[in-house]
Design a protein around this ligand. Structure first.
Ligand code: SF4
Ligand code: SF4
Ligand code: SF4
Length: 189
């Protein structure tokens, strides 16, 4: 979706997808349509990236607003047969294997272990990382994590707030000084 003033990119939701973020597409489209944000040049567009897993193919880290879905893996010991396939599937060193998997702080929530298990012994609670304030250009900056949520409605609400802040300041969100602090204060209101 690319419209005057906005660039919205949803990842292509391949087999790694942990959540169908495309259910939000219409709501995001509506916010874009109703917005008065104007971009005279392409770098003034408000950019957003929605990624259905930590591979982050829509580059949310360099967008005004970004979403990354991930899981918190949990083991159902009753189902586990101690085959070790999940341990071998993890590319992040996120599992210590002690006859059964124990997930550690290296886990990024990609879901590879869950998909590898033939016994459905790993379940994953889906969460969303919400990022803001990323940009490229002369002074590039990675977006900052400002919320982790399990509620997809928070994604719409946060995007709307980012658009409101941009409209109020007459600038692309990530071009506003202290944009993420402004967002955080609005969210706490
Ligand atoms: S972000 Fe994940 S789900 Fe989306 S296209 Fe990339 S690998 Fe597939
Ligand atoms: S792949 Fe499944 S069954 Fe095998 S060790 Fe891992 S959780 Fe247990
Ligand atoms: S979710 Fe991904 S990173 Fe975490 S333990 Fe499983 S395979 Fe490793």
């Amino acid at each position: 979706m690319s419209q005057d003033g906005f660039e919205v990119e949803f990842c292509r939701h391949c087999r790694n997808s942990l959540f169908n973020l495309k259910i939000l597409e219409k709501d995001i489209e509506l916010i874009v349509e109703e917005s008065s944000h104007i971009a005279k040049r392409s770098h003034e567009r408000i950019k957003s990236g929605f990624s259905a897993c930590p591979n982050a193919c829509s580059a949310p880290q360099i967008k005004d607003f970004g979403v990354i879905a991930f899981i918190i893996p949990e083991l159902d010991k009753e189902r586990c047969v101690s085959c070790g396939k999940c341990y071998r599937a993890c590319k992040e060193d996120g599992i210590e294997f002690k006859g059964y998997p124990e997930f550690n702080e290296n886990c990024i929530g990609c879901g590879d272990c869950m998909r590898s298990c033939d016994y459905k012994a790993i379940r994953g609670e889906v969460r969303f990382k919400l990022l803001a304030g990323g940009k490229l250009g002369r002074h590039p900056r990675f977006a900052q994590l400002f919320m982790i949520t399990e509620n997809p409605s928070d994604i719409k609400r946060a995007f709307k707030k980012i658009v409101e802040i941009a409209e109020k300041h007459g600038k692309r969100f990530s071009h506003i000084d202290g944009c993420v602090d402004l967002l955080n204060s609005m969210i706490k209101e």
